[in-house]
Design a binder for this molecule. Sequence first.
Ligand code: MRU
Length: 361
Amino acid sequence: MAETEPGTEAGWFTLRWRAGAVELLDQRQLPGEECYLLLREVDELAEAIETLAIRGAPAIGCAAAMGVALGAARSAATEIVDLVRDLETNVIPRLERTRPTAVNLFWALERMRAVLNRLAEEEGASVDSFRAGLVAEAEAILEADKLTCRRIGLAGAELVPDDARVLTHCNAGALATGGYGTALGVVRAAVESGRRVQVLADETRPLLQGARLTAWELSRDGIPVEVCTDNMAGDLMRRGEVDLVVVGADRIAANGDVANKIGTYALAVLARAHEIPFYVAAPLSTIDLKVADGSAIPIEIRGRDEVARIGDRILLPDAVGVRQPAFDITPVGLVSALITEEGLLRPPTRDGIAALFDSLS
Ligand code: MRU
């Protein structure tokens, strides 16, 4: 069993490397309890990702990077060559199996793989310096993610007018990233620039990330937030009570199609029908150029109980099946702008995405 410790800081944090282990806020317990897990084994960390103790594409990537460092710290290997083999055959594949849709997981593991290969080839490298190099890289990924979110926020703030009523889905906030958030980073940056913003958080069935997490982190920051059930969005839009929608993404295809929490597509269709802008905020590490369009994005199917029960309460007859895709695809044509750390793609297109990556290479 992982050790559980109360948070020791005045504020809170999503995750960090501490004392040779990964410390993370257990999001399964929010908003009732703020407790931190100190995870010392790769399996514990992998389970934390699978059970959504930590979730949200960028945060999953940061956690996976730390998982590689953790695997190196725990490995009994005494030679670098054996350590590399252990990471390649046990640790990285275990982490890769945790969640299939969030591409930041694979992005971060690829980055760790590149660093471990470089470290292994360094002249005079010791097992200790190899392990320390992996910790440093995982911490660098976490710190870079926080900065990236700030830049996404700054790029997107101009899309949020004063007195805006902003609808969001799931949680694409500080809890879903190293800190600050993507969609909620846009909200935070607008608020920091002096604008008044009212957030409407979809509750986000079945796991209630909007109600439990978005509402928790925004209220902790004093940002006005109300929770609405998922089926209210259309009526709120028809009444003129939503000025814009901003969501995050788990994976964006090369043509701009967006995989995000189930229910995002319905919001995008509703936003189009009501002529409301629909924005997607995400780091470039969420764009998967290897995937041509949304139809090729793997969609995670989660367990029946997440729909069929709430706690101990059974919600439907035992013999009845459920549909439980965790994500859906929003076609790029419904996206008004993609907000990245490198600025806006407004609207996003295959050519625009390719040109952006070309300009950075
Ligand atoms: O299943 P989850 O809670 O990991 O789903 C998270 C989302 O769908 C987020 O919107 C997405 O990962 C972007 S987080 C910045």
